[in-house]
Write a protein that binds this ligand. Structure first.
Ligand code: NAD
Length: 425
């Protein structure tokens, strides 16, 4: 590839606009010459708004389109960047990939395992690169956590815990997140299964329980000082309790309740033979905290303390020498002076993580290598959620392999029929 890489953005909602900020950040790294040549949205005002943001940040107004097909007919495109509702990912991606156009798709790769496999197959047929825009693992805190695990600094991992409670009765960002195809449990929790896979690798067995706790949710708007509250009937689950088990006994536990009102809760920790690690929420910039008890801590245990932690966590001390091992060159360029944690606004951190996922994907396009989060990783993070949802319906633990190989599709069958792909593949 000699000239600039021509990018077409499809979907100009919440994330599409954030991708333009990511492109802006990327342009400041200077690693790839890229050009946002077009923006597509079925809602013309959103395409126009995105084109305006691009004009301001990237000094060039991209052309506006109402459909992917229209844009591909009019423009010379190297990379399609898909930021649409989850239920459309497999349709748009296949249309581009089969024409040999590289595709970066916002997570989750697609709405079901079958839909993911159709996208992977289209990339293979078209000989095009497929990347999944998975920003969470790119946060420096997750790079450091992964390094600590791999280094074995605290011995073997015994278990991993991710908990999130919140949401109340609100419509969570958009109404499509409450429909069955691409519902909020998949939409949010695929980040967490990607983290589990990143930290610990592919699990063997999955046990899950899921339910829809709220049937009605509300969007709230302040219209001239008046509260306008609109109800939305909900189809999708809002609770997932999943347990992933590994050969050798390690367990990863994911508990998410998005109907919980009042005080919320967020927690991620990894527990080792010789200590524990608490990893902060992505984009908060908090430090990775670790704790290693000593013999005298154990000696001093009271009856009450026997089943509880014995030493408070403190920020992991990373030396200047370790830094080059922990973080890649793009991360260090975007987070100058990085050790453990950073001090940036959510928006700044967000666009840096998006730039990092884009840089990785563009490297794969220009070098012919594979992106860090490609079809395999994207499929795995979706399959882990689907395995938990299938387990909940089947009332038994399921092997992740059964789900990856499409041996169990009872839960997903309804979505596949709705998407018109029940017998494809
Ligand atoms: N990585 C993250 O942190 C993060 C955060 C939010 C959303 N996302 C992901 O980004 C994607 C989009 O989410 P969002 O919150 O931006 O949704 P959104 O509803 O705000 O935006 C989606 C846009 O796509 C457009 N669209 C839908 N179908 C289309 C089609 N066929 N052709 C053209 N335009 C179409 C819609 O009109 C809308 O403007 C989802 O996959 C979501 O999971 C990721």
């Amino acid at each position: 590839m000699t000239g600039p890489i021509n990018i077409l953005l499809v979907g100009c909602g919440l994330m599409g606009k954030r991708h333009i900020h990511g492109l802006w950040e990327l342009s400041r790294v200077g690693a790839h010459k890229v050009q946002l040549v077009g923006v597509v949205d079925k809602v013309p005002e959103r395409a126009a708004e995105a084109a305006g943001i691009a004009e301001r940040l990237l000094s060039r107004r991209p052309a506006e389109f109402g459909s992917l097909q229209g844009a591909l007919e009019a423009l010379d495109v190297d990379v399609v960047d898909i930021c649409t509702d989850v239920s459309t990912h497999h349709i748009l991606a296949r249309a581009a990939l089969e024409r040999g156009i590289h595709c970066l798709i916002e997570k989750p790769l697609a709405a079901t395992v079958r839909a993911c496999r159709l996208v992977i197959e289209a990339a293979r047929r078209g000989g095009a690169k497929l990347g999944v825009a998975e920003n969470y693992r790119r946060d420096p805190s997750n790079r450091l956590a992964k390094w600590i695990i791999e280094k074995g600094a605290f011995g073997h991992v015994l278990d991993f815990l991710q908990v999130q409670l919140g949401g109340g009765d609100a419509v969570l960002l958009s109404s499509w997140r409450h429909s069955k195809a691409g519902g909020i449990i998949l939409d949010l929790c695929c980040h967490y299964t990607d983290i589990i896979n990143y930290y610990l690798g592919e699990p063997e067995w999955v046990y899950g329980y899921s339910s829809r706790l709220r049937r009605i949710r509300y969007s709230r708007e302040d219209v001239g000082g008046e509260l306008v509250k609109r109800p939305l009937e909900v189809e999708a689950e809002d609770l997932l309790d999943a347990t992933f088990t590994y050969r050798g006994g390690c367990v990863a536990k994911l508990y998410v309740n998005l109907s919980s009102a009042g005080v919320g809760l967020y927690h991620r920790s990894v527990h080792f033979e010789d200590g524990s690690m608490i990893v902060p929420q992505e984009r908060t910039g908090g430090p990775v905290m670790t704790s290693r008890p000593t013999d005298s801590d154990y000696l001093g245990l009271t009856t009450m303390g026997v089943f509880l932690g014995v030493r408070p966590a403190e920020p992991y001390r990373l030396t200047e020498q370790d830094v080059a091992e922990v973080y890649d060159r793009y991360t260090l360029k975007l987070f100058p002076g990085l050790l453990n944690g950073y001090s940036l606004s959510f928006q700044e951190a967000d666009r840096k993580l998006i730039a990092l996922e884009m840089l990785d994907f563009l490297d794969s396009v220009t070098t012919g290598g594979e992106p860090e989060t490609g079809g395999v990783e994207g499929l795995l993070s979706v399959a882990m959620i689907m395995a938990a949802l299938e387990s909940s319906v089947a009332g038994r633990r399921v092997a992740l392999r059964e789900v990856l190989d499409l041996k169990i599709e009872e839960y997903q069958g309804q979505i596949n029929r709705q998407l018109g792909i029940a017998s494809d593949l």
